[in-house]
Design a binder for this molecule. Structure first.
Ligand SMILES: [Zn+2]
Length: 90
């Protein structure tokens, strides 16, 4: 697949089915541009999440959000692999 910011956004929202998810993650691991897009979107989404709702820790979205806020606190440019490890995918 090629670069697709809409798929990256859907990935962060846990809206992808498993087949597409694998392709998007594979692309993110190899593409620096999309890694940066992911960082930007993750920052925006974590700000929105903090402002409008408390994530459920049992939910994948909650795990992603907490991983993102931890990553944001410790190191704003943690990188894709560190990000995936934090949310338990890699
Ligand atoms: Zn890309």
């Amino acid at each position: 697949m090629g670069c697709n910011p809409e798929l990256i956004s859907a990935f962060l929202d846990s809206e992808l089915d498993s087949i597409i998810l694998t392709e998007v993650m594979d692309h993110l691991l190899r593409c620096d541009a999309c890694g940066r897009t992911l960082d930007k979107l993750a920052t925006v989404k974590s700000v929105v999440a903090d402002r409008f709702f408390l994530p459920d820790p049992e939910d994948l979205t909650g795990s992603v959000m907490s991983a993102i806020s931890n990553d944001h606190m410790e190191s704003p440019s943690g990188g894709m692999i560190a990000f995936l490890k934090k949310i338990g995918i890699s």
